[in-house]
Ligand binder design. Structure first.
Ligand code: GDP
Ligand code: GDP
Length: 436
């Protein structure tokens, strides 16, 4: 599982500047899905060769009310679930009461925390940094997030504090077969679906001791085929039905998506498609994982409401036209069995072996049907293609001026490859080589 780093601090200290700097170049896949609102608060970054999950917690000031109080609470939960905290302060403003409030909150948590004194440009460090030592947060790192100064030094120390990687591999060894993450906002029916999917199958649960942010991995067989369900709802951890449902954790959801082969995104048809569904969808797309969409609680809906939901799907989820959609009732089991067909198809598509010959032939056909545009008086040349990865399938295209290929043409290529390769349920990622 990815280690989690939370960026904490009051508004305007430079959190999103640092976030953007660290997560740069992770936008490629999402950029090709017009209409996808992306939640900028979560992103993957690479720190000294390790992939990490980075969270910008939004600003905390300590005197939040109303909706801000809810945000602040979510920030607190993110801090709770993070492995490492970067606490940003602003050298120009000096030490403020809000900084002290946040520091107090962080001090009682035994968690690796680094104090990042940002905007050190244009101030005298000897004078500007001194007050921050009073916060008692430990090591202090002066940075200029806008230019990246001091960031490398900070990351080197942070990487030492990240949890060991072995755990991840051990967890992976236990799972055989397709890993299926069941994700969705609270109350859409995840627990009910997990129980339903497991049915009477012979279930071996590896309930690994962990924190609340860890999903449970459930290995089982269905008709002789092994599967692992990544259960973000924590069904099997609850001792009895009356035990309270765990708090929804976006970190847990992101981790599960990241570790899955196929994501089943569950929505509540009785309530319709809401923004939080689309945010989770955005995270799935960004991860490049195979996807199956399931509209749950289809039972008992009147025909008008069903029509309305289908129109909403058309309107709001047009950009994920590659994914199968199912209308199910986890409660009654209706349609649940068919999910496996889509899961299998998506997994096959996401992990197909693609030959250089075949890909190059498709590329040449695509180009002959619809030429790439001219740039600076020269036509962009796309010469050959080969596979560059699985889950999602990555297609690497070589040519000239490939850094000039416009977004609409990339989308055209994606569509053409998906059709020609008969891929279902997985996004395709196109990468180019040979920019000049
Ligand atoms: P956030 O609210 O904590 O996410 O803060 P932002 O990242 O949005 O930054 C707030 C403002 O501070 C922006 O105008 C940034 O360009 C600016 N800023 C961020 N980092 C630095 C820095 O290191 N030096 C200077 N001079 N300005 C910075
Ligand atoms: P979770 O928070 O996503 O794990 O959701 P739960 O599985 O706990 O379900 C939330 C509520 O929705 C429970 O009261 C379920 O009984 C109910 N529910 C789940 N699936 C269905 C369904 O297919 N139809 C109906 N009508 N209710 C459902």
């Amino acid at each position: 599982m990815l280690p989690v780093i939370a960026l904490v601090g009051r508004p305007n200290v430079g959190k999103s500047t640092l976030f953007n700097r660290l997560t740069k170049s992770r936008d490629a896949l999402v950029a090709n899905y017009a209409g996808l609102t992306r939640d900028r608060k979560y992103g993957e970054a690479e720190i000294n060769g390790r992939q990490v999950l980075l969270i910008d917690t939004g600003g905390i000031t300590g005197d939040e009310e109303g909706i801000d109080a809810v945000m602040a609470q979510q920030s607190m939960q993110a801090i709770e679930e993070a492995d490492v905290v970067l606490f940003l302060v602003d050298c120009r403003d000096g030490l403020t009461p809000a900084d002290e409030m946040i520091a107090q909150h962080l001090r009682v948590r035994a968690k690796p925390t680094y104090l990042v004194a940002n905007k050190v440009d244009g101030v005298n460090p000897d004078i500007a940094l001194a007050p921050f030592y009073e916060l008692g947060i430990g090591e202090l790192f002066p940075t200029t997030a806008t230019h990246g100064r001091g960031v490398r030094n900070l990351l080197e120390r942070v990487s030492e504090a990240l949890p060991e990687q072995e755990e991840t591999e051990a967890a992976e060894d236990e799972g055989k077969g397709v890993k299926i993450a069941i994700v969705g906002r609270p109350n859409v029916g995840k627990s009910t679906l997990v129980n339903r999917l497991l049915g009477e199958e012979r279930v071996v649960v590896f309930d690994m001791p962990g924190t609340t942010r860890d999903s449970i991995y459930i290995n089982y067989e269905r008709n002789g085929t092994p599967y692992t369900i990544i259960d973000t709802a924590g069904v099997r951890r609850r001792k009895n039905v009356r035990e309270t449902v765990e708090k929804f954790s976006i970190i847990k959801t992101l981790q599960a998506i990241n570790d899955a082969n196929v994501v089943v995104l569950l929505m509540d048809a009785s309530e319709g498609i809401v923004d939080q569904d689309l945010h989770i969808m955005g995270n799935v797309i960004e991860s490049g994982r195979a996807l199956v969409v399931a509209l749950n609680k289809w039972d008992g809906l009147d025909p008008d409401h069903r029509d309305y939901i289908k129109k909403e799907l058309e309107r709001r989820l047009r950009f994920v036209d590659f994914a199968d959609t199912h209308f199910i009732s986890a409660l009654h089991g209706t349609g649940v069995g068919h999910l496996y067909e889509s899961i299998e198809a998506a997994y096959q598509s996401a992990t197909d072996k693609l030959s250089t010959n075949h890909l190059t032939r498709i590329l040449q056909w695509a180009v002959s049907e619809h030429q790439p545009p001219m740039v600076h008086g020269h036509r962009i040349k796309l010469r050959y293609a080969h596979a560059g990865g699985q889950n999602p399938p990555v297609i690497v295209i070589h040519g000239n001026q490939t850094d000039q290929v416009p977004a609409h043409y990339v989308r055209y290529l994606e569509k053409t490859f998906r059709r020609a390769l008969d891929l279902h349920g997985t996004p395709v990622k196109i990468e180019f080589r040979g920019g000049e």
